[in-house]
Design a protein around this ligand. Sequence first.
Ligand code: PLP
Length: 352
Amino acid sequence: MDATPQEFDRVLSSMCTRPHPAAARAAQRFLADNPGDPATYPDVAALEERALDTLGTVAGLDDPAGYVAGGGTEANLQAVRAARDLAASDEPVVVAPTSVHFSFQKAADVLGVTLRLVPTDDDHRADPDAVAAAVGDETALVVAVAGTTEFGRVDPIPELAAIAAEADARFHVDAAWGGFHLPFTEHEWHFGHASLDTLTIDPHKVGRAPIPAGGFLARDRATLDALAVETPYLETTAQATLAGTRSGAGVAGAAAALDAQWPDEYRENHERAAANATYLAEGLRDRGYDVVPPGLPLVAFDLPESAFDAVRAEGWRLSRTGSGEARIVCMPHVTRAMLEAFLETLDAVRVG
Ligand code: PLP
């Protein structure tokens, strides 16, 4: 088979996007470097420090501990792992809203902890009263989402942080997707706004780094120390990451993406995406579709199955939420012209 990479001109469902050109160039140069062994590969290790510093700046943390992970799944798993290993309870429980990404189910499964999911409110956000009722002595971690995968919602982070502190549990925020939109909004979501222990923020999503480039940030070194194992055969003596060998392309690409775009290009991207989400939501409402009002730039709306299948048959990559709405993520590659063309397809399949 003569395989070709996916073109992005009809992709509306994905949280991945075209990498920034500077990031793609940097990735190409560091393909063979292994940031998992910084003593042998010092240059890519220095790029990782630089990426980490900028991620800290984005997320309100002066002296961040953390690293460039394989993606949001790994970063979330590491947050759960640290909480489990630092927990007082032998049977630690993670309390999270039902809107958390499915990576927490994997983390709970792999790490042998209980995941207690708490229903969200009518606006798809974590409900602080319900979370408070679900925490107890065995709660090791409370999770909040800043930019949910299905509806783009931001949970009430300060209230949830206070609930975690009251329960003597750690607090993790998953801003894997939302982290490069939120600095340009009024939301309170990061280390500077509330007492967080860990945070996920992925350069390979809205950050326009090449895959794989997730971001795992921790308030203090003790979190990384809890995750570290000794590494006898490497030049480096300990490793806190989950993966051993890691992608130099991901790390160098993340550093270059952040250098090129923070903050001005990220702000421009946010403003363009937010305007596109508003345009799309209005266009859909004008046509009689039921639209979930967008929070961060992601539009979910009711679309009958026959129309969903028909637009997909026209080449549009579209997905559904767990509750059945079609969802469109206004990623950096999603332009106004694409959305106009999408609405035209919707009109055509309705008529046809
Ligand atoms: N967290 C959130 C909020 C996400 O939206 C996603 C993926 O879309 C993830 C975590 C998982 O990230 P990855 O697919 O990079 O592992």
